[in-house]
Design a protein. Structure first.
Length: 270
């Protein structure tokens, strides 16, 4: 999985470095690039940071590139971020093999927030044991460029779920209204045949509306990695039989809102 992400990073760097002949200035300060089947909207800063939204023709990814790589880093990294003066929040991002790029688990909602512009605060662990570093970058509004990338991957320019969801899910448990929700019946996916045949591990992030009996409805795949291994489809099938339970007596019903959760597919020994 991480090797696939690393190849995506190479492609992203290529798009960021595209010549003027291939880059189109759809927005004042964002670069829109279309090359082969891939399109991206990106902006780079003198600090070495870059933000991008990219569609490879099927899969959407929202990236932050250039944060310090900690001495000990795995497949996932936790950073803190906030828009404007809102409170900082912890979020978990998928890291590329070299750690230079971080990939959002909810790329479409975050892309729609990025396109609105404004100050983005980031706090990330320093390099080689150094203290955490804080960054503040200003995102110029970019509805045209980001919308074109969303459209290339079949994602809506506006989604009413954005008013229900939180910006990031940080664990494999379901998250409902910003709090962990308990499963009455866990989603139990079947490993996709295509992935088994090719020895591929991966993951899928789903968001689902909830019903009063705890069952899930209108589930959609927010992201799957790597693409083309059927992890998204397998996760959707597993969600059909999953069910949430009330957190405790007297609290709101499971049917209030939207949940997000991650299903991971790991081949033993890999």
């Amino acid at each position: 999985m991480i090797r696939t992400l690393s190849r995506g990073l190479v492609a992203l760097i290529g798009l960021l470095g595209a010549s003027a002949a291939t880059a189109q200035d759809v927005a004042e300060d964002w670069d829109f690039v279309e090359r082969n089947r891939a399109v991206s909207a990106s902006i780079a800063y003198d600090s070495g940071l870059a933000v991008a939204v990219r569609c490879d023709g099927q899969n959407l990814e929202t990236y932050i590139v250039g944060l310090p790589v900690p001495q000990e880093q795995g497949d996932q990294r936790t950073i803190r971020y906030a828009f404007g003066d809102l409170p900082m929040r912890d979020s978990t991002w998928q890291a590329s093999a070299d750690g230079l790029a971080l990939f959002a688990d909810l790329p479409a909602p975050l892309a729609r927030r990025f396109r609105a512009g404004g100050d983005l605060q980031l706090v990330a662990a320093g390099r080689d044991g150094e203290p955490s570093r804080r960054y503040v970058i200003t995102l110029p509004p970019s509805p045209a460029a980001v919308n074109r990338v969303l459209a290339a991957c079949g994602r809506p320019a506006d989604d009413q779920r954005d008013t229900l969801r939180i910006s990031e899910t940080s664990a494999d448990a379901a998250v409902q209204g910003g709090e962990a929700a308990r499963w009455a019946s866990h989603p139990r996916p079947t490993y996709p045949d295509r992935a088994v045949m090719n020895g591929i591990s991966g993951m899928a992030v789903l968001s689902c509306l909830t019903q009063d009996d705890g069952r899930l409805k209108d589930c959609q795949v927010e992201v799957e990695r790597p693409g083309g291994a059927d992890f998204g489809r397998a996760a959707l099938r597993a969600a059909r039989d999953a069910r949430l339970q009330r957190r405790s007596q007297g609290e709101s019903r499971p049917g209030d809102g939207l949940v997000t959760f991650t299903i991971r597919f790991n081949i033993p020994g890999r």
